[in-house]
Design a binder for this molecule. Structure first.
Ligand code: HEC
Ligand code: HEC
Length: 363
């Protein structure tokens, strides 16, 4: 959390007070986590294609958290590659066919900066796995979250912007062909036994024997769905616009403009807040959160799953070279994947306010 600071009294008591309060602190203690070459490239690509769902640092929002140690350690490079390429057809995770192999590798390298692969070693003993036994185990232990057909839950991501809440993470689909083709049996074994600390996915190593775990895996494998060709997302879900102003000015201008568009502005958060200790928080990345409750509730009523995807934030980032960028959700592109005309309509209005705000700030 941000500690007590001297109040910047020189600043007029306006829309900016909160921002300035936080900002007044100091910007000299910047965390320097600059990766090199392809990781840097990968970071940009991740920002562009993945953050709108997985959060800027992979902390998760409507997409699963990716950067938690328990998660990243269970993901091999091959798994990440295949997941990016094939997505999760029928779920929200798009297939990124438009990225080059180098792009996919760069994103993977960037994600690897969050942690190495650390799969547990599988014992050498051979198991004659029985899917029928696996089914009973699945019903007893897994079904409540991953669904009767292994289809995953369709609710979760319970974040509202009116108060801080723990993110309720949606249980992913286990029958999904994208998932099944990407994951190895070894990694499945690892995830089931180790769980994913910091998520609702518990470790089953004390509850299920090695043999039972193999029964379970054979059942999961037997349930793979076949689906039509994955949807290809050609559009980026994130829009990045260069700001002609300094970082502080940009923050100030966005705050003012957002208010002039009748949105309510909430206290800002630093992107990394809560992830790192307060001294290493990078204060040159800030999220401005705002909302028009009528629009928000209208959209939520149509599609409760949009959760944190809701276009209620603009992130302002200062790059190493001093350039400033504004990052926000490409509302229209996102609304398309829900295939819901009503939602598309609701989002259109929000998209318009967005572009107006950005236009005014960049003028
Ligand atoms: C439109 C939202 C969206 C976008 C954009 C998106 N993802 Fe996902 N991603 C998801 C969802 C939702 C899931 C969980 C799938 C499920 O619910 O079955 C997921 C799952 C994943 C997983 C598997 C996580 C795990 O725990 O095994 C990886 C890896 C991943 N995404 C990486 C990426 C990368 C890299 C990008 C950018 C190139 C990206 N995603 C873009 C929504 C998204
Ligand atoms: C309390 C709810 C809950 C239960 C019970 C549960 N899971 Fe999960 N599971 C989750 C959630 C939530 C995730 C996503 C965690 C994350 O962020 O990576 C998950 C992730 C997984 C993954 C990784 C999938 C992916 O796309 O990355 C596998 C595999 C999995 N669970 C298998 C199982 C099996 C097998 C069982 C039963 C032995 C089980 N789970 C029981 C909630 C649950």
């Amino acid at each position: 959390m941000i500690t007590k600071l001297p109040l910047p009294f020189s600043i007029p008591l306006s829309a900016l007070v909160l921002v300035t309060l936080i900002f007044g602190i100091s910007t000299s203690t910047l965390a320097d986590t600059t990766p090199v070459n392809s990781t840097q490239e990968g970071e940009l690509l991740f920002k562009k294609h993945c953050t709108s769902c997985h959060g800027i640092n992979g902390t998760g929002s409507i997409g699963l958290p990716l950067s938690k140690p328990s998660v990243i350690q269970s993901m091999t490079n091959d798994y990440i590659h295949k997941t990016i390429r094939s997505g999760r057809p029928g779920r929200l995770m798009p297939a990124f066919s438009q990225l080059s192999d180098d792009d996919v590798e760069a994103i993977t390298q960037f994600m690897r900066t969050w942690g190495e692969v650390k799969l547990i070693t599988d014992t050498a003993e051979t198991v004659i796995a029985d899917p029928a036994k696996g089914k009973l185990l699945y019903t007893a232990h897994c079904q409540q979250c991953h669904g009767k057909q292994l289809q995953g839950s369709d609710e979760g991501t319970g974040v509202t912007f009116s108060r801080e809440r723990k993110l309720a993470i949606m249980a992913p689909a286990l029958n999904n062909p994208g998932f099944q083709d990407a994951i190895s049996d070894h990694a499945l074994l690892h995830i089931i036994q180790q769980g994913r600390e910091g998520t609702p996915m518990l470790a089953y190593k004390e509850r299920l024997s090695h043999t039972d775990t193999h029964h379970l895996i054979s059942y999961i494998r037997s349930q793979k769905r076949t689906l039509a060709t994955p949807k290809t997302g050609n559009e980026s879900f994130t829009i990045i616009v260069d700001s002609p102003h300094s970082f502080d000015e940009t923050v100030k201008l966005i705050q003012e403009t957002v208010r002039s568009h009748n949105f309510r502005v909430f206290p800002n958060r630093f992107l990394e807040q809560g992830l790192t200790d307060e001294f290493s928080v990078n204060k040159r990345q800030i999220i401005i959160r705002f909302c028009n409750f009528n629009k928000l509730y209208a959209a939520l009523k149509i599609e409760p799953r949009i959760g944190t995807l809701l276009p209620c934030k603009i992130t302002i980032v200062e790059n190493e070279d001093g350039s400033v960028q504004m990052v926000y959700t490409h509302v229209e592109a996102v609304s398309k994947i829900f295939n819901n005309d009503l939602l598309a309509e609701a989002f259109k209005e929000i998209e318009e306010s967005y572009s107006d705000i950005i236009d005014e700030v960049t003028l």
